[in-house]
Design a protein around this ligand. Structure first.
Ligand code: UDP
Length: 255
């Protein structure tokens, strides 16, 4: 058995597990993380510890098999595979940075319709990032534990440039990401907008306020498509059992 204090190169995954779980943990980790097969070593004592060198973390394993079978939406048992759509945008690129800092594997997806790859340049050499040019109006079949669905042009200049594409991105994109979440049992977070309140007649807006939106007004394509995406989240949550939620983001600024 390896001593956990051994100097382990960071590109090698070495997993310390209780003897009885070694084979199962190796198989499950390989299937789940799609890394090169980790080397599995027996833990130096018989505490129920799974220790992964390279991920710089140690985890308790209350349910060794169940925890590693399939998706791990809580992240309780280790780094997650996170899909982030719209990752090259202002907010997406910051979330990507944070998720990588936290040790997760991040699959970033963007079609660069209203953003630039430069927002991701400083992250491209990170070993846990995978970048994919993809338009969310087309289905995407990947295996993930969590989805942050941010893809949609969000400023009037961009969403009015091609209003039809804007509605497709918001609505069909939401359906595809919710379908993906349903299949993989991943958590899904839809980024919505304060625009769902339209020209609000109530200030500040509580979440119970339904808004004051003109479907045929100049912002209708964006506001209504986001409202519909929110309705889809509720439909998939209540009727398809998807662990989905919504965040309504107001105007945001920063570095
Ligand atoms: N989908 C996807 N990736 C997946 C699973 C589904 O892009 O991994 C798409 C699928 O092509 C479909 C949409 O998500 O267009 C909705 O999924 P599904 O048909 O399973 O949902 P339903 O409406 O039947 O519950």
């Amino acid at each position: 058995p390896l001593d956990p204090k051994d100097d382990v190169p960071l590109d090698k995954w070495v997993v310390f597990v209780p003897d009885a779980d070694a084979a199962a943990v190796r198989d499950a980790l390989f299937a789940a993380a799609r890394h090169q097969p980790p080397r599995v070593a027996v833990a130096p004592d018989d505490t129920p510890i799974l220790r992964v060198e390279g991920a710089v973390r140690a985890y308790r394993l209350p349910r060794p098999r169940a925890a590693l079978d399939g998706a791990d939406p809580t992240g309780e048992h280790g780094p997650m595979r996170v899909l982030l759509t719209g990752a090259a945008g202002f907010i997406g690129s910051h979330i990507t940075e944070r998720l990588l800092d936290q040790g997760h594997e991040v699959l970033v997806v963007d079609n660069y319709y209203s953003s630039t790859r430069r927002n991701l340049t400083h992250l491209l050499d990170h070993p846990n990032i995978e970048v994919m040019r993809h338009d969310v109006t087309f289905p995407l079949y990947v295996e993930v534990d969590e989805i942050y669905h941010l893809a949609c042009p969000a400023s009037p200049i961009f969403y009015q440039r091609d209003p039809v594409q804007t509605t497709k991105t918001s609505v069909i994109g939401a359906i595809n990401m919710l379908g993906l979440a349903k299949r993989t049992k991943a958590k899904n977070l839809l980024s919505s907008t304060s625009e769902v309140y339209g020209d609000p007649q109530v200030h500040p807006q509580p979440e119970t306020y339904w808004g004051h939106v003109n479907p045929v007004g100049p912002r209708g394509v964006y506001d209504e498509a986001k409202r519909y995406a929110e309705a889809l989240v509720l439909a998939y949550r209540d009727n398809r059992g998807v662990d989905a939620s919504i965040v309504r983001i107001f105007n945001t600024f920063g570095p």
